[in-house]
Design a binder for this molecule. Sequence first.
Ligand SMILES: [Cu+2]
Length: 294
Amino acid sequence: MADSVRYPFYLLNGHLPTDPETFAARPGQRARIRLISAAGTTTFRVALGGHRLTVTHTDGFPVEPITVDNLHIGAGERYDVLVTLGDGAFPLVAVAEGHGAQALGVVRTASGAAPSAAAAPRELSGRLLRLTDLRAAPTVDQDDLPPDVTHTLHLTGDMFSFAWRINAQSYDHRRPFSGITPAAIREGQRVRLELVNQTPMYHPMHVHGHSFTVRGSGDLFPGATAGDLRDPARNRLPLFAGAVKDTVMVAPGERVIVDFTADNPGQWLTHCHNAYHMGTGMATIISYVATSSS
Ligand SMILES: [Cu+2]
């Protein structure tokens, strides 16, 4: 259950798969493909027929290059990939997970028949990029200090009434400060957020005003309770210096740990980038004021 909204069509640069945009190049050229998910809710699995993808950036920040066959991209996420192009006309596919449909573009370096609208390159079933594969490039200025404060955001909801919550609170954009307890932090603190997905759907979580370092990712153990999650002996995740991002997909039954420095005082929405989840409550506020005069 990647998401619950099915669209009649999925588009790549505004084009239907039956009339795809063509990206012209020459064989042997190295191409950078910038993937931007402008989707409201769909999780796409992206692959380029006949090629592997070398991921170099996500959400604008460089990562240590890693080569995979396909990647998931959630609402609001961005990935840059490099490919060295072969000779032919290749399908660039973005499968709408869970919906049996796809968006399509064509990368063309030679004449010949275009791929079909339903092209299903074998790279789709190859090596998938995992969040734990990504490491920030050494050029990214990172702070790996231990956290001063940790907040756990339990992502919950009800598929049937379609009501979504963070820490049992439902955000209403018409009354944004009503019924929401902002996560308490202070300027200058190193802040850790633990994003815990207790639903069967993907939540691409976005923090306004900051970029964060992904520090951990793993499955919740079966039957975990809120008390178990607070017990460091039971829920320890190996930490790593992952990608710097501003939007991170938290898969069903998964926990993701991100760290950021509170260096931008304000009232910052923190929310699921799935527009339907945000619109029905899955948002909260990170609030802190300037305490220094500098
Ligand atoms: Cu969501």
